[in-house]
Design a protein around this ligand. Structure first.
Ligand code: BGC
Length: 754
C-alpha cells in the first residue's frame, strides 16, 4: 500500500511543473491558494518541515513543486546564530565585525565590501540564503538605541556604505535585506510610533539613503519597518512599498516585513509586502480568508508569489549548495581587525600624546579596558570565537601594563563580580537587556598617584553598551559619565599631569556620549566604537603607532545633547520600548514622542543644522585626526554623461604613512528654497600614502543629485547657477573649492506623496 502511494505521488510529481525547470508562471498556476499563502508567510516553526532550527527566518518548502526552503539570518555585524545551533554538541562561532557606525567611520567602501564578502562566505558555510542586513536608517538623534547598527546622520555616507556591504555580500551568491524601510529612528514604541516627516525631509534624508543603496547595489530584498509613517504603518503603505520603491526607483526584488507577526495581512500584501514574518498560522489564514472573502485579489497574491519564487531560484541552496558548517574564522579575523583600525577616530592628540612613547609602562584604568563591548545587542549581535580586550591587545603588542593595576581590575572582575569569565564567554549575553554590567570600582586618589609615579602614561577606558528595543538616555552611566568615571578622569589627569605625563581616553561606545565636559582635562581621545572581536588588537595598532588613525566621524558630536535640534522631539526617560504596555492596536496613540514623533527639524539633521546655523560643536561631521598630515591641490571638475567628476591630488606632507578621507560638499546657489549650507555628495579615501607620496583621487556623483525636493511641485528641482564645490577634511575644514555651473534648471517629477 505504502509503495503504491509513493508511486502515485511520484507519477504526480513527474507531471507537475518544477521550480527551475518549468516557467515560473506554470509553477504559480499549479499552486493551491493554501500553498501560495504558505509561501508568502515565513516558516516560523518549520522544524517538522525539515527546516533546521536556530535560524532567524525561513521560507516554506513545497516539495511537490520542487520548491525548497530557504534560510534568513541576522545580522549587520556578522552572522548571528547561537553557537550550538546544529545541536550536535559542537560550538560554532562566527566572526564579529565592527558595528555599522564603525564601518561608516572608515569612509572606505572597499574595506566595507570586504566585510560583506567575508560575512557572505560565513553564510555559505551555514547554508544561509539571505542576511537581514544592512540596517541603514539615519542617525537622526544620538540616543536611538540602534544607532550603532546604522551608519550615519548623512544619507549619502549611509547609502554608499550600505551599498558597499551589499555588493560584498551578494558577490558570494547570497542576498542582502536592506532594512528598516523606512524612518525607523527610535526604539521607544518602535512597533507603533508614527514618524511625522515632511515630504522634503523624507526624500532628501530618510529615503535618500535607501534610494542610493538600492540604485548602487541591487539588494535582493528590502525589509518594511515596524513603525508608522505619516499616519500609516509602513507595512500598509502602498505609496512607499509599491509606487515609490518599485515604480519610481525600479526595485524588483522581494519586500519582507520586519518580524511583526500578525497584522492586517490583506493590507500588508496589497501594499506590496511579499513575505510576511515571522510566520504564524494566523498570517497564512489571513491571506486565504482575504482572497476567499474578496478583500485581497489573487493578482496581488500571485505577484508576490512570483517574486518569492524568483528569489528562491536565485539562492545557492536552490542550486544545490551543501553547507559544511565551517566558516573560515582564521581568514576573517584579520579582516575584522583591519576594518576596525580604519574606523577608529582620533579626536584629540595634544602635544603628540599618541602614539604611546615606546618602552613606557602604561597605567590602564577603567573596566572597559579589560572587558570589550565588541558588538551591540539585539539583532546585530554576534557570537564570536573570542573578544580581544584593550589590555590583551596592548600586551600582545609588547606594551607593558602596570602589573598591579592589571591584576586589580582582573581580580575585581573575576573574584568580586565573578564576571570576567562570563563576559569573555561568547554565549554570555542576555539578548535584550545586555550584560550584568559590572560597576566601575572607585579608585583611591592615592592609588592613582602611586601609578602616576611608576608609569609613563595613562589610558582611561570608558565603555558603553546599547541595543535593540531600548533608546539611550541623557543620564549618568549612559550619555553622561558617572560620578566615578568623572572622578577617575579628574584624579588620573591631576596625578599624571603633575608628573608631566600624558592621559589618553579610549571610548568603547556604540554612539555619541558627552565628551565636551571633560575633554580639556586629557591629552588624547580615541574613539574605537564597538570594534568587533579583534577590537583590542586594532586599538593597540593605533595606540602604539603601528597604524595611523584614518577614521572620520560619521556624525556630529555636539557640545551639549540639547543643542541637537531633534532633542525636542525624541523620547527620553522611558526605560523600555513600551510596546507591550501601551499596545494601541490600529490607533495612533496621541502621546508626543511615544505614539508619534514630529520631525520638526525637517532636513536640518546633524551637520545640516549645526553647519548652516553656525552653531559650535565639539567635533564636526567628517572630523578625525591622523599621525601625519595631508595637502590638497586645487580640484578639477568635469561633467560627463550626466555625472560630475571631481579629482584632487592628496599628498602626505607628514612623517608617517597614512590614509586620508576626502569629502566633497556642495553649496547650492540662492534660489527659492531654503537649503543647508553644505551637503555631502561624494567622498573617497586614499590608499596608504608614504611621506611625500601623492595620490589623485576622483569623486563622482550623478548631476541629478544636485536637486532638492520641492514639495509644491512634488519634484526634484535643480536650480540653474553656480554651485560651490568644497573639498574638505571635515565639514568645517575645507581645503579647496571650485565652481560647477548649471546652465539650465531642471525638474524631475517624483509624484508619490507619502
Ligand atoms: C528587528 C530586525 C531583525 C528581526 C529578526 C526585529 O525585531 O527589528 O532588525 O532582523 O527582528 O531578528
Amino acid at each position: 500500500m505504502l509503495i503504491a502511494i509513493t508511486m502515485k505521488g511520484y507519477a504526480q510529481t513527474a507531471r507537475l511543473p518544477q521550480l527551475g525547470k518549468s516557467p515560473i508562471d506554470s509553477v504559480v498556476a499549479a499552486m493551491t491558494l493554501e500553498e501560495k499563502a504558505a509561501l508568502l508567510v515565513g516558516a516560523f516553526d518549520g522544524t517538522e518541515l525539515g527546516i533546521p532550527s536556530g535560524f532567524t527566518g525561513a521560507t516554506y518548502p513545497i516539495d511537490r513543486l520542487g520548491i525548497p526552503y530557504t534560510l534568513m539570518q541576522d545580522g549587520p555585524t556578522g552572522v548571528k546564530i547561537k553557537p550550538n545551533f546544529i545541536g550536535d554538541g559542537k560550538q560554532r562561532y562566527h566572526t564579529g565585525f565592527p558595528v555599522a557606525t564603525a564601518l561608516a567611520a572608515t569612509w572606505n567602501t572597499d574595506v566595507v565590501s570586504g566585510v560583506g564578502a567575508a560575512i557572505g562566505e560565513e553564510m555559505n558555510a551555514d547554508g544561509i540564503d539571505a542576511l537581514l542586513a544592512p540596517s541603514l536608517n539615519i542617525h537622526r538623534n544620538p540616543l536611538n538605541g540602534r544607532n550603532f547598527e546604522y551608519y550615519s546622520e548623512d544619507p549619502v555616507l549611509a547609502g554608499y556604505m550600505a551599498a558597499a556591504l551589499v555588493r560584498g555580500l551578494q558577490s558570494q551568491g547570497v542576498g542582502a535585506v536592506v532594512k528598516h524601510f523606512a524612518a525607523n529612528n527610535q526604539q521607544t514604541m518602535r512597533m507603533f510610533n508614527d514618524a511625522r516627516i515632511s515630504q522634503r525631509a523624507l526624500r532628501e534624508i530618510y529615503l535618500r539613503n535607501f534610494e542610493i543603496a538600492i540604485r548602487e547595489s541591487h539588494p535582493w530584498m528590502v525589509m518594511s519597518s515596524y513603525n508608522r509613517l505619516n499616519g500609516l504603518h509602513t507595512q500598509y503603505h502602498e505609496g512607499l512599498l509599491t509606487r515609490l520603491l518599485r515604480e519610481e526607483w525600479g526595485f524588483d526584488g522581494v519586500v519582507v516585513t520586519d518580524w511583526t507577526d500578525t497584522r492586517n495581512t490583506t493590507l500588508q500584501i496589497h501594499a506590496g509586502n511579499d513575505l510576511l514574518m515571522s510566520g504564524r498560522a494566523a498570517q497564512r489564514s489571513g491571506i486565504v480568508d482575504g482572497v476567499m472573502g474578496g478583500k485581497l485579489s489573487m493578482a496581488d497574491v500571485d505577484r508576490s508569489v512570483r517574486r518569492v519564487l524568483r528569489y528562491i531560484e536565485g539562492t545557492r541552496h536552490f542550486k544545490g549548495h551543501v553547507p559544511d558548517y565551517s566558516p573560515n574564522l582564521e581568514a576573517h579575523a584579520p579582516i575584522s581587525r583591519a576594518v576596525a583600525v580604519e574606523g577608529m577616530v582620533m579626536l584629540k592628540n595634544q602635544s603628540a600624546a599618541l602614539p604611546l612613547p615606546k618602552g613606557d609602562t602604561v597605567a590602564l584604568f577603567g573596566l572597559g579596558g579589560y572587558t570589550l563591548y565588541a558588538n551591540g545587542r539585539g539583532a546585530a549581535d554576534v557570537y564570536p570565537p573570542h573578544k580581544v580586550s584593550i589590555a590583551q591587545g596592548l600586551a600582545k603588542a609588547g606594551v607593558a601594563l602596570h602589573p598591579t593595576l592589571d591584576r586589580y581590575y582582573r581580580d575585581y572582575l573575576t573574584v568580586e563580580n565573578n564576571l570576567l569569565e562570563e563576559i569573555n564567554t561568547p554565549t554570555f549575553k542576555n539578548e535584550f537587556f545586555g550584560y550584568n554590567k559590572p560597576k566601575e570600582p572607585e579608585l583611591l586618589a592615592a592609588t592613582v598617584e602611586m601609578r602616576a609615579k611608576d608609569c609613563g602614561v595613562a589610558i582611561v577606558s570608558i565603555a558603553r553598551d546599547a541595543g535593540e528595543s531600548e533608546d539611550r538616555n541623557v543620564v549618568e552611566g549612559d550619555y553622561l559619565l558617572t560620578t566615578t568615571e568623572r572622578r577617575l578622569i579628574d584624579n588620573v589627569s591631576e596625578a599624571f599631569h603633575k608628573q608631566q605625563k600624558k592621559v589618553i581616553v579610549v571610548l568603547n561606545i556604540p554612539a555619541p556620549i558627552d565628551i565636551a565636559s571633560w575633554r580639556d582635562k586629557v591629552d588624547g581621545i580615541l574613539v574605537i566604537w564597538q570594534p568587533g572581536q579583534e577590537g583590542g588588537d586594532a586599538a593597540a595598532d593605533i595606540l602604539t603607532g603601528k597604524e595611523s588613525p584614518s577614521g572620520k566621524l560619521p556624525m556630529t558630536l555636539a557640545l551639549d545633547y540639547f543643542d541637537d535640534p531633534t532633542a525636542k522631539n525624541f523620547p527620553r526617560n522611558y526605560a523600555f520600548s513600551w510596546d507591550e504596555l501601551l499596545h494601541p492596536g490600529e490607533q495612533v496613540l496621541q502621546i508626543r514622542n511615544l505614539g508619534y514623533t514630529e520631525y520638526e527639524e525637517g532636513v536640518y539633521v546633524g551637520y545640516r543644522y549645526f553647519d548652516t546655523m553656525g552653531k559650535a560643536v565639539a567635533y564636526p561631521f567628517g572630523f578625525g585626526l591622523s599621525y601625519t598630515s595631508f595637502g590638497y591641490t586645487k580640484p578639477k571638475v568635469r561633467v560627463r554623461d550626466g555625472r560630475c567628476n571631481v579629482s584632487v591630488t592628496v599628498t602626505n606632507t607628514g612623517k608617517m604613512a597614512g590614509k586620508e578621507v576626502v569629502q566633497l560638499y556642495i553649496t547650492a546657489p540662492k534660489g527659492t528654497m531654503d537649503k543647508p549650507k553644505k551637503e555631502l555628495k561624494a567622498f573617497a579615501k586614499t590608499r596608504k600614502l608614504k611621506p611625500m607620496e601623492a595620490e589623485t583621487i576622483c569623486m563622482s556623483f550623478p548631476m541629478a543629485d544636485l536637486a532638492s525636493f520641492d514639495e509644491q511641485q512634488m519634484a526634484w528641482v535643480t536650480d540653474a547657477g553656480n554651485y560651490l564645490l568644497s573639498i574638505g577634511a571635515s565639514v568645517e575644514d575645507i581645503r579647496a573649492t571650485c565652481t560647477l555651473t548649471v546652465k539650465r534648471a531642471s525638474v524631475a517629477k517624483a509624484p508619490t506623496r507619502l
